[in-house]
Design a binder for this molecule. Structure first.
Ligand SMILES: Nc1ncnc2c1ncn2[C@@H]1O[C@H](COP(=O)(O)OP(=O)(O)OP(=O)(O)O)[C@@H](O)[C@H]1O
Length: 614
């Protein structure tokens, strides 16, 4: 309706006499000028009322003149406006002028700001024309929108801020562990809190001093036991511990000794320590070390890694009595697959008393998290049993620690992670649900940037450290010369106890047949082609020095401690830097010297050497 009225009015204006429009226009200009003067002379105190009364007088005289006009003249005009109408129109017009002024001033402001922001650059005439067009378009757009409307920019190139990844404090600032073993031995009597019985055992095994990682980690784990030993009180829960130290630096004893010491006082046999390892051979090796230190203490160590039938493993875990099932294990050493099988199928098997969860070769175990073994363990640890009321210290997994739930007594679960190549990727570590973790690391460098080639791990050995006694070389060669180079090492240089790695069991078997056919050396192969019994026998013979060469897949690359390995040969170059670190780590263990050779095809040389030498 209002739109119609305005249109109509404007039409009248056009149709009315020229004098009338001129007079109106003149009035508008006059009003604008007066306003400007008014603003300027505001301080001088110019009386606004006088000016407005003058204007009214003028208006009156004009209307009077109108009235005096002859009837014939007035008839020619379509319609006359009354005085109040005209003043309202004038007011509107003056408002429009103000509006225009304010728009103009806004435009000037924006232009000034743009001039400030955009640096002057030389432009071609063509560009200038284009710019002028854009300017015209934008000014037209701006004038169409009101002074309060939001002006959208975005034509200028704004610098994009780079998001910098930041490591959590515990990963960025670890407790440092010396890499050099021989220079940093610590007498076993200087390590606080170690039980006399264990110290005697160590001395009996001709170990008079601790390696650096043991001197740091053993007291830390023991300390977490002294506060509450087996029970958490008042919200006390020990920090989880992560250890990243080179191969052969003695990480196994770093968790075996404090666990045995913590459990020495136990009364009832329950599974209180669980050690999870990726392979059968590793599990057997760790079980052997536990057995040395629990000897004579009454503690029972059980191995479930698929080395015997499932039924026999069940019998070694639980015994059924009239009063119910009783655990036969204090310390359980296992592989993840068999562990899950027992959690699901072995009647009476429980983890509700678990105090320590050790994850050895942790980075490899994180990779196998898709097997879901950890959720099974956590579920078993916090499972609510039918006889929970009879359990003095019932366990609950509280998502949030509150005063109410922290005042309850319950056995805390502590996770201990060990690896020579522990990932520093917080996203991966997060999968383990660590509680206020503490990191012990022998890597003194900041982790390096990820690369497009390997987004999983940074492309540098700078994240991991190699044993100090290791000397490693690469040999540029071609496919045909590889076996000849190997035979040269064995027959001409007469290297003994050589561990040679191939990338697949087929490749390892072919090489084994070739070397055997050539003769002149004692050789065996080690891969999943062999039965567990055969594998055990082969490793024993190699350790005893009955074999000069053992050709293996990556089955022996991790954690296997074969005494006296003098030389490691990578017949096939490993695919990942982590695999390289573990393979060459089978020699130069416990501070001893060792040699490693990697045969590289010409195409591999450039890439691999730059990785290893960084
Ligand atoms: N304090 C010590 N004194 C003498 N020898 C030791 C000591 N601690 C460990 N060792 C020996 O050092 C060797 C390497 O130890 P261990 O297997 O624990 O190393 P690791 O760090 O677990 O290596 P990997 O990362 O390859 O698994 C073993 O033969 C072990 O008996």
């Amino acid at each position: 309706m209002s739109l119609f009225v305005i249109n109509r009015y404007l039409g009248d204006e056009v149709d009315s006499s020229e004098d009338r429009s001129k007079a109106l226009l003149e009035k508008l200009h006059q009003q604008v000028r007066n306003r400007q003067l008014e603003f300027q002379d505001k301080k001088k105190g110019v009386n606004e009322g006088i000016r407005s009364s003058n204007e009214e007088e003028e208006d009156d005289t004009k209307t009077r003149n109108h009235k005096e006009e002859p009837e014939s003249k007035r008839k020619g005009k379509k319609r006359k406006k009354s005085l109040p109408d005209i003043t309202a129109e004038l007011k509107k017009s003056s408002d429009d002028v103000e509006l225009k002024e304010s728009i103009e001033t806004e435009e000037v402001k924006v232009k000034k700001q743009r001039k400030k922001k955009i640096p002057k650059v030389s432009v071609t005439p063509g560009e200038r024309k284009e710019d002028a067009k854009v300017e015209e378009r934008s000014s037209a757009h701006k004038s169409s929108s009101g002074p309060n409307s939001l002006l959208l920019g975005g034509f200028e190139a704004k610098p994009v801020l780079k998001v910098m990844p930041v490591l959590p404090q515990w990963l960025a600032k670890p407790s440092l562990v010396h890499r050099e073993i021989k220079q940093n031995l610590v007498s076993i009597h200087d390590v606080p809190g170690l039980h006399r019985r264990l110290a005697n055992k160590l001395e009996a095994n001709k170990m008079n001093s601790f390696f650096p990682v043991q001197a740091e980690v053993i007291p830390a784990i023991l300390e977490s036991c002294t506060h509450g030993f087996l029970l958490g009180q008042g919200g006390y829960r020990p920090s989880d511990i992560c250890v990243s130290a080179p191969t052969g630096s003695g990480k196994t004893l770093a968790f075996v000794l404090p666990i045995v010491q913590a459990l020495l006082q136990r009364v009832v046999c329950e599974v209180r320590a669980l050690v999870v390892l990726p392979t059968k051979e590793l599990a057997q090796q760790v079980c052997k070390v536990f057995n040395i230190y629990v000897d004579g203490s009454g503690l029972k160590v059980v191995l479930v890694a698929g080395h015997k039938s499932f039924a026999k493993e069940q019998e070694s875990l639980v015994v059924r009595k009239l009063s119910g099932s009783c655990s036969l294990a204090d310390i359980l050493v296992c592989t993840p697959g068999r562990l899950v099988d027992h959690i699901q199928q072995t009647e009476g098997f429980t983890l509700r008393h678990l105090r320590f969860l050790v994850i050895d070769e942790a980075d490899r175990m994180i990779d196998s998290m898709n097997q879901d073994w950890l959720p099974h363990v956590t579920k078993a640890v916090f499972k609510v049993h039918s006889d929970a009321h009879s359990m003095l210290f019932a366990r609950k997994d509280h998502a949030v620690v509150t005063v109410a739930n922290s005042s309850q007594y319950q056995i805390p679960l502590q996770k201990l992670l060990f690896s020579a190549t522990l990932t520093h990727n917080p996203e991966k570590l997060q999968q383990l649900g660590l509680y206020q973790p503490r990191l012990f690391s022998s890597i003194h460098k900041q982790p390096q940037k990820k690369t497009a080639e390997n987004p999983e791990e940074p492309l540098s050995s700078g994240n991991f450290s190699l044993p100090e006694g290791l000397t490693h070389y690469y040999i540029p060669c071609n496919l045909n010369s590889k076996p000849l180079i190997l035979l040269h090492f064995l027959l001409t240089l007469r290297f003994s106890r050589v561990l040679c790695f191939a990338n697949s069991r087929e490749s390892s078997h072919r090489l084994f047949l070739l070397v055997k056919l050539f003769g002149g050396t004692t050789v065996a192969e080690f891969s999943s082609r062999l039965s567990p019994g055969e594998r055990k026998k082969t490793l024993k013979e190699f350790e005893q020095g009955k074999l000069q060469l053992l050709i293996s897949t990556d089955a022996t690359a991790r954690g296997i401690d074969i005494k006296g390995v003098k030389c490691v040969i990578n017949f096939d170059a490993p695919q990942f830097i982590r695999t390289y670190i573990h393979r060459v780590g089978r020699t130069a263990r416990a501070g001893k010297a060792g040699l490693a050779f990697t045969m590289l095809l010409k195409i591999q040389v450039c890439f691999s050497v730059s990785i290893i030498c960084q």
